[in-house]
Ligand binder design. Structure first.
Ligand code: ZN
Length: 569
């Protein structure tokens, strides 16, 4: 049995065809988060995939927000499925049950916690060493605590508590339990690219919750990582196990692996320097983790989202239910019966036409910065950076403009990679000698935080791709040049001596924006950005190094060049 979790950051990540995507992930159960599909946006091509049965949870609030979905192969058809954690969304037969003690939540709280489409629970029959058992798979997209919205911190913690309540109740009820998804908290320093930058790493309430939820979560803070996996799980009664009842299966099988991240900021290009966090997990109850999980790994080379997939293989096999439970999307009235057949027919016809009746743009998938990840605070001093990761040699070229070369520590999976063939820049090994010491001068974030008296991700790129047009160096053709001078636009940062003359000409005719300064370390044209955070500097523009964000010891990553745009010129 193989299971996959992936925050896809919009169902459009599967734009090459969901069936193909699911096939290439090569799993029995594929749990995706942040589909950004709400009921109003769900179309048949997304919901009904030949050979699979699917189960969605939708946000009841905002359209195109949050959402999770579990796709099961027909050979892995669950016998019970529920949307949400509370049971409040369950009025149908085939519910999973085992809700636990919810008395610490008021009814309004419970309703709100299940209102954003953050959980789907499927229950499957499995064969473990000739014994039939059940495993309950909880697919979750845990809330992110937006620092701007303090009330969301509480919401996130309440969600964690509810998740734990439900997971433990299911375990107590006799089922094995897998909790997987985007948990939105990196557990230990090893799971974070720059933990030393974060004050009181372990004081984060999400980490504290993980310490309690996971077996040995707290005591492992002091563990020597050389000690290897836990060997003290011989206890059979789940109630008598000290600490949490669940195991982080990846960390169990790879106790000392560093730079194993699943999420990177797209805003700063941090994936190119592997400056990320591990916040996507497959948790399993101790018994299942120890006896059945044979392999777990991340797939950092699979792109398309700001997260990568995580997969786990279990030695047990699945016993499918003969008929999907009531929550299956194929029973949704909009897809059921004759209408379904008609729609299928129409979709097929549409695909042969040059213009589709339903544009791809209708599918949600754009980045929502307000849902960006809290665990990644871009910054300077700290641990050594990844040496396995390779850098782009030409960071001035925006993503998507050049064919990519995949390089990674793991062997790329041919079919999978060719399917998710997006937008990386050329990745080439660094040949430069490493810089021996970190820049001691003030970093970008320090400057902006001291200016705006707020330290956080206050900087947002000025459009996408975040590049600044230099009128004297970046012409590609005269027509473009003309347009750019009239309206400064992002462009590629190539300099072409042949175009120098026309550039001078146009510069004499039209006054374009001043050329960007070059950063001191790399000597490359900077990018223009704008302070988006409220405060005295809001709206002010500044130049920073155009390279992707990375650790300060990484000479290929963004240097700390910073300069305000001088409006006086
Ligand atoms: Zn630089």
């Amino acid at each position: 049995m193989k299971i996959v979790t992936w925050n896809i950051n919009g169902i459009r990540t599967f734009r090459g065809g969901i069936k193909k995507a699911l096939e290439s992930l090569d799993a029995d159960i594929v749990c995706v988060q942040e589909t950004k599909v709400t009921r109003d946006l769900l179309d048949e091509r997304t919901a009904i995939i030949d050979g699979f049965n699917s189960y969605f949870s939708f946000s009841r609030g905002r359209s195109g927000y949050s959402g999770v979905a579990t796709y099961c192969r027909d050979s892995a058809t669950p016998f019970c499925v529920e949307e949400g954690l509370t049971g409040l969304l369950t009025s149908h037969e085939g519910a999973v049950g085992c809700y636990g003690d919810q008395t610490e939540f008021c009814s309004e709280e419970l309703q709100l916690l299940d209102n954003e489409g953050r959980a789907v629970i499927t229950q499957h029959r499995i064969m473990c060493q000739d014994k039939e058992k059940t495993v309950t798979v909880i697919n979750v997209y845990c809330p992110r605590a937006d620092p701007e919205k303090p009330e969301r911190k509480q919401f996130k913690l309440q969600f964690y508590k509810l998740l734990q309540c439900r997971a433990e109740a299911l375990l107590k009820g006799g089922s094995h339990v897998i909790v997987l998804g985007d948990v939105n908290t990196s557990h230990r320093p090893i799971d974070h690219c720059d933990p030393s930058d974060i004050d009181d790493f372990g004081e984060n309430p999400g980490r504290k919750w993980l310490n309690g939820f996971l077996h040995g979560g707290a005591q492992d803070e002091d563990r020597n990582e050389e000690e290897g996996p836990h060997e003290e799980w011989e206890v059979t009664s789940t109630d008598s196990i000290q600490g949490g009842k669940f195991v982080d299966t990846f960390r169990h099988l790879h106790p000392t692996r560093t730079n194993a991240f699943t999420c990177w900021s797209t805003m700063t290009g941090a994936r190119q320097t592997n400056y990320g966090t591990r916040i996507d997990y497959i948790f399993a109850d101790c018994q299942l983790a120890k006896k059945q999980f044979v392999a777990v790994d991340i797939l950092p080379e699979v792109e398309g989202s700001d997260h990568c997939p995580v997969w786990g293989r279990l030695s047990c096999s699945l016993l499918p239910c003969s008929k999907p439970p009531p929550l299956c999307t194929r029973y949704l009235p909009e897809f059921a019966g004759k209408q379904q057949k008609l729609l299928r027919f129409l979709v097929k016809v549409d695909q042969q036409k040059p213009v589709q009746s339903e544009p791809r743009g209708a599918l949600p998938g754009s980045q929502e910065e307000e849902e960006r990840r809290e665990n990644l605070k871009p910054h300077g001093a700290g641990i050594a950076s990844s040496k396995k990761r390779l850098l782009t040699s030409d960071p001035v070229v925006p993503k998507g403009k050049k064919p990519k070369t995949v390089k990674g520590s793991a062997k790329p999976q041919g079919s999978l990679l060719s399917f998710f063939k997006p937008k990386l820049t050329n990745a080439v090994p660094s040949t430069k000698a490493p810089v021996k010491q970190c820049e001691k001068s003030v970093g970008l974030d320090d400057i902006t935080s001291s200016q705006s008296s707020q330290k956080d991700t206050s900087l947002v790129c000025n459009g996408s791709p975040p590049l600044y047009t230099c009128s004297s160096t970046t012409e590609e053709n005269d027509q473009l040049t003309h347009r750019r001078h009239l309206t400064p636009q992002p462009s590629m940062g190539h300099s072409d001596p042949k175009k120098g003359a026309s550039s001078v000409f146009w510069k004499s005719v039209l006054h374009g924006p001043p050329p960007p300064p070059s950063c001191k370390v790399h000597g490359e044209p900077c990018v223009l950005r704008t302070v988006k955070k409220e405060g005295p500097n809001m709206g002010k523009q500044f130049f920073v190094c155009a390279r992707p964000q990375g650790h300060c010891s990484n000479p290929e990553a963004r240097c700390n060049f910073f300069a305000w745009v001088d409006k006086g010129k």
